[in-house]
Design a binder for this molecule. Structure first.
Ligand code: HEM
Length: 502
C-alpha cells in the first residue's frame, strides 16, 4: 500500500513520511562528518530527510542537473541520511573517472542489491571478486562475441528474425518493445548460454519481460525510498515483486546451468557458462578452494550480463526508431545514404566507415536518449582531495552522465536532436570527447563493443527495410519524447508503423 501512496504521490506525502522518519531517527542522525578539509558545497539538508524534499525522486537526474548550475561541478546532496557527491560536466566527470580511476572506482550497491547476493558478479560487486569476474566476462565476451565476425553473423541472423516480425504487422501500428527486447536479448543468450531461443518460447519471453520489469521497478520512487530506509522493506510491494522476479529468474537459470553441465564438452565451449564451468573445475582439480569461480558468482555474472545487455541496447534502438518517425527529414537522409552506399545487400559492420550520416544519427540518438543518466552509483575507495574538495573514503558518488551528454560548453544544441554534432564541415563522421553514454574509467560499461555493433547492424538494417511513421491520426509533433521512469530511460509507451520498403 505504501507503494501506491508513494507512486501517486507528491512532495507533501513525502513530507508526512518525513515527520514519521524524523521521530524514528531523531536521536541517531548526524549529517556533518568531521571535516579533514573543505567538503563539496550543496543545498542545506534537513535532519533525516536530507534534501529529499528538493529532489524529484522519479527523475532525480533533472534535479541534480539544476543543482549543478547553482553549486558547481562537484557538490553534495543528501538522499535522506545518505550523503552523495555528484560530479557534473564533461571535464569534471572525465577527470574523476579517468585521472582518479582508482579513487572513484568502487561500486555502491543499493540496499536491494545485497538481498540478491550482488556482492558477486560484475555490476554491484567490489574488490577481488569484481576484478576476477570483470576480467572473465570481458575475455569471454571477446571470445564468444565482441569484435568477432561470428558475433556479427549472430547479430545479422537475429536482426533477420526481427525484420520478419516487423513485416508481420503489414504496416499497421504496433509497440516495438517486446520484439526488439527478445531480439537483442538473444544475442546475449547466444554469447552466454551458447544458443538462442525462439520468440515463441514462453520461458524465454517471460525471462526477458520479467527482467525488464525488474529494471523498471529498480528505478521506482518507492524503491528509492526503500534503498534509503531499508527498515520500510516489509511495506513496499515493489521490493516484494523484485524478490519474486529474482527467485524466478534464478530458478530458470539453475535449470539451464544443469543442462549445460550435463552436456558439457570442455574441449568445445559453447558460451560463457561452459567456460566458467571448465575454469571452476580446473581450480577444484588443482586444490584451489578459495577462487571466485563458484555457483553464486556464475549466477550473478550471468544475470548481470542479461540485465545490462538487454534493456540498454534495445531501449536505444527503440529511441532511434521513435526519433526517425518524429523527424522524417532526417529519416530521409539516413535512407538515402543507406540506399546509395549499401543498396539492398546485407549491412556489415565494415560499412560503418562509409555511412557517415547514419553513424552520426546513431551517436546522436545515444546522446539525446541518455539512457543511464546517473551511471550506476560509484563509491570512493579511499579519502580523496578532488578539485580542492575533500571526499571521504566510502562516499557515494554519482557521475551525472546527463550533464556530460547535455553539457552546454561541449554541444552546440544540447537539448535538440542534432546529428550534425557528429559531422565535420564535409559531412564526415567525427568523434566527440563528451560522448560518454558508456561512462568511463574502471567501471565503464564492459559491453560497449558489443552494444555498438548491435546498434549499428540493427538500426541500419531496420532503416534499410522499413519506413517508420507515427500511427494514422498521430502527428510527428505528437510523438512524445518524455522518457518512462525506471533505472534506465526508456521511451514512453508508443506505437509506430513500419512500412516495408523492399
Ligand atoms: C547502448 C547500450 C549500453 C549502454 C548505454 C550502457 C551503459 C552502461 C553504463 C553507463 C554503465 C555504468 C558505468 C559506470 O558506473 O561508470 C554500464 C555498466 C555495465 N554494462 Fe553497459 N551499457 C550498454 C550495453 C551493455 C551490454 C550489451 C552489456 C553486456 C554485454 C553491458 C554490460 C555492462 C556491465 C556488466 C556493467 C557493469 C560494469 C562494472 O561495474 O564493472 N552493457 N553500462
Amino acid at each position: 500500500m505504501l507503494d501506491l501512496l508513494l507512486q501517486s504521490t507528491s512532495v507533501s506525502l513525502l513530507g508526512t513520511l518525513g515527520v514519521l522518519l524524523l521521530v524514528y531517527f531523531i536521536s541517531s542522525t548526524s549529517f556533518s562528518s568531521k571535516g579533514e578539509g573543505k567538503e563539496p558545497p550543496g543545498p542545506r539538508p534537513l535532519p533525516v530527510l536530507g534534501n529529499l524534499l528538493q529532489l524529484d525522486l522519479k527523475r532525480p537526474f533533472i534535479t541534480l542537473l539544476k543543482l549543478s548550475k547553482k553549486y558547481g561541478s562537484v557538490f553534495t546532496v543528501y538522499f535522506g541520511t545518505k550523503k552523495v557527491v555528484v560530479l557534473a560536466g564533461y571535464k569534471t566527470v572525465k577527470e574523476a573517472l579517468i585521472n582518479h580511476a582508482n579513487e572513484f572506482g568502487e561500486r555502491h550497491p543499493f540496499a536491494i542489491s545485497y538481498e540478491e547476493k550482488q556482492d558477486y558478479g560484475v555490476l554491484w560487486s567490489n574488490g577481488d571478486s569484481w576484478r576476477d569476474m570483470r576480467r572473465f566476462a570481458l575475455t569471454n565476451l571477446r571470445d564468444f562475441g565482441m569484435g568477432k565476425k561470428a558475433c556479427e553473423d549472430k547479430i545479422v541472423e537475429e536482426c533477420g528474425y526481427l525484420v520478419e516480425v516487423f513485416k508481420g504487422f503489414n504496416g499497421e501500428p504496433f509497440d516495438t518493445t517486446q520484439s526488439v527486447n527478445y531480439s537483442v536479448s538473444n544475442i546475449i543468450c547466444s554469447i552466454v548460454y551458447g544458443s538462442r531461443f525462439e520468440y515463441s518460447d514462453p520461458k524465454f519471453t517471460s525471462m526477458v519481460d520479467k527482467t525488464n520489469r525488474k529494471v523498471e521497478l529498480f528505478g521506482s520512487a518507492s524503491m528509492q525510498v526503500y534503498n534509503l530506509f531499508p527498515w520500510l522493506g516489509m511495506c513496499i510491494s515493489d521490493r516484494r515483486e523484485i524478490k519474486k522476479i529474482y527467485t524466478w529468474i534464478t530458478e530458470v537459470n539453475l535449470a539451464i546451468f544443469r543442462h549445460l553441465k550435463e552436456t558439457l564438452n570442455p574441449q568445445m565451449c559453447r558460451g560463457l557458462v561452459d567456460a566458467f564451468l571448465v575454469q571452476k573445475q580446473n581450480f577444484e582439480d588443482s586444490g584451489i578452494t578459495n577462487s571466485h569461480f563458484h555457483d553464486d558468482s556464475l549466477m550473478m555474472t550471468v544475470q548481470n550480463l542479461f540485465v545490462a545487455g538487454t534493456e540498454t541496447t534495445s531501449s536505444t534502438i527503440r529511441w532511434g526508431l521513435l526519433l526517425m518517425a518524429k523527424y522524417p527529414k532526417i529519416q530521409d537522409q539516413v535512407q538515402e545514404e543507406i540506399s546509395r552506399v549499401i543498396g539492398s545487400r546485407q549491412v556489415q559492420v565494415e560499412d560503418r566507415k562509409n555511412l557517415h550520416f547514419t553513424d552520426a544519427v546513431i551517436h546522436e540518438t545515444q546522446r539525446l536518449a541518455n539512457i543511464v543518466p546517473m551511471a550506476v552509483p560509484h563509491r570512493t575507495s579511499q579519502d580523496v582531495t578532488f578539485q580542492g574538495f575533500f571526499i571521504k573514503k566510502g562516499t557515494v558518488v554519482y557521475p551525472l552522465l546527463t550533464s556530460v551528454l547535455y553539457d552546454e560548453s561541449e554541444w552546440e544544441k544540447p537539448h535538440s536532436f542534432h546529428p550534425v554534432h557528429f559531422l565535420d564541415k564535409d559531412g564526415k563522421f567525427v568523434k566527440r570527447d563528451a560522448f560518454m553514454p558508456f561512462s568511463a574509467g574502471r567501471r565503464m560499461c564492459l559491453g560497449e563493443g558489443l552494444a555498438r555493433m548491435e546498434l549499428f547492424i540493427f538500426f541500419t538494417t531496420l532503416l534499410q527495410r522499413f519506413r517508420f511513421t507515427p500511427p494514422p491520426g498521430v502527428s510527428e509533433d505528437e510523438l512524445d519524447l518524455t522518457p518512462r521512469v525506471g533505472f534506465t530511460l526508456n521511451p514512453s509507451s508508443h506505437k509506430l508503423c513500419a512500412v516495408p520498403l523492399m
